[in-house]
Design a protein around this ligand. Structure first.
Ligand SMILES: *Cc1c(COP(=O)(O)O)cnc(C)c1O
Length: 352
């Protein structure tokens, strides 16, 4: 009925199951609300907020705080409404009609959506699940299509797999387009490409406050890269795009980030506990993960999802192709994880 942008005709919006689940292990959020001290500090600072004024247009305080902690200059740092806004902005900046945006698959499903939304050609580079990262396949695809932007997710959502820093450096030397390393799960992995920033002008790194730092509600993310890229992004980002509440929350969380270490460590320990327990069950394959979630291949996928739903446990069902029969489960609190494991044991007891 409406005559709208033809790029969007075939596009399926990102969808999530918004039912009221008892146990939410489907969105890779932190299982814990903010540490009480952090929450208190944010609310205190909100007391002084001039709600009638636009926020600082440069987001200077947050950028300076991030830069100081990261050993960068604030001109190398951009902030966004979640890293999602920055990823979309990068696609707007470097993509467009007739231009390709490349990304390995399976990876974060939004990359393909951002490519389409910006009228760019989505160049997905299919990689096998079990094999080591095929850097030459990525380089070859980027060169063949003259891609204008390459998006790498490290560690990768939804597989949990990592790309060695050596391979990232190799790719940076072999392609001329900007290379984004999406480090949304960096805090659970501990290895970053940040060291390569000084050497490679085409490297861009994005991170988020939504996962390890438990700030999904306010939407905050940041980008590290060449100051020229940071400046160019201003062309596509709205003025005052990051609201003052988000800036205050993110800056406070960042300055108090040691308060999150215990939870991050617990999630890493729980990840191993869950993986070990799941490996004991018949008909389930567990993929190695350096994130706060596990990818599982379950022979009786459909029955498994039905049973988890009946137990009021939300997980993310994965689609087709190499992810057929896969589901992604977020590492929750020990109690939530126990509930998940109990449900899975029960399902496996019926031989799946
Ligand atoms: C969750 C996630 C993001 C973005 O999260 P924001 O909340 O927008 O910061 C980006 N990339 C990957 C791979 C993610 O899983």
């Amino acid at each position: 009925m409406f005559d709208y942008c033809p790029n969007l005709e075939k596009l399926k919006p990102y969808s999530v199951d918004e039912a009221d689940w008892d146990i939410k292990l489907d969105a890779n959020e932190s299982p814990c609300n903010l540490p009480p001290l952090v929450r208190e500090r944010i609310l205190e600072r909100m007391d002084y907020l001039a709600f009638n004024r636009y926020p600082d247009i440069e987001g200077r305080d947050l950028r300076v705080a991030l830069a100081e902690g990261l050993g960068l200059t604030w001109q190398q740092v951009a902030i966004g409404n979640g890293s999602s806004e920055l990823l979309l902005a990068l696609c707007q900046l470097f993509g467009g009609p007739g231009r390709s945006i490349a990304f390995p698959t399976p990876s974060f499903s939004m990359y393909g959506i951002y490519a389409q939304v910006t009228g760019s050609k989505a160049l997905s580079i299919p990689l096998a699940l079990e094999e080591v990262f095929d850097r030459d396949a990525v380089v070859a695809a980027v060169r063949k299509e003259d891609a204008k932007l390459l998006l790498l997710c490290n560690p990768n959502n939804p597989t949990g797999a990592v790309i060695d820093q050596e391979d990232i450096e190799y790719i940076l030397t072999q392609v001329s387009c900007p290379v984004v390393v999406d480090e949304a799960y960096y805090e659970f992995y501990g290895k970053s490409s940040i060291k390569l920033l000084g050497e490679y002008e085409n490297l861009i790194i994005t991170r988020t406050f939504s996962k390890a730092y438990g700030l999904a509600a306010t939407r905050a993310g940041y980008l590290m890269g060449n100051p020229e890229v940071v400046r160019l992004l201003e062309k596509v980002l709205m003025p005052y795009h990051v609201n003052a509440i988000t800036q205050i929350a993110a800056e406070t969380v960042w300055l108090m980030r040691d308060q999150f270490e215990a939870t991050i460590r617990q999630i890493v320990v729980e990840r191993k506990r869950m993986a070990d327990a799941l490996k004991e069950l018949p008909g389930i394959e567990v993929y190695p993960s350096q994130t706060n979630f596990l990818l599982l291949k379950v022979a009786a996928h459909k029955i498994c999802l039905e049973n988890l739903a009946a137990a009021q446990i939300a997980v993310r069902a994965m689609g087709t192709g190499v992810l057929t029969n896969c589901l992604r489960v977020t590492v929750g609190t020990p109690i939530e994880n126990d509930a998940f494991l109990t449900a899975m044991r029960k399902i496996a007891g019926g031989q799946l």
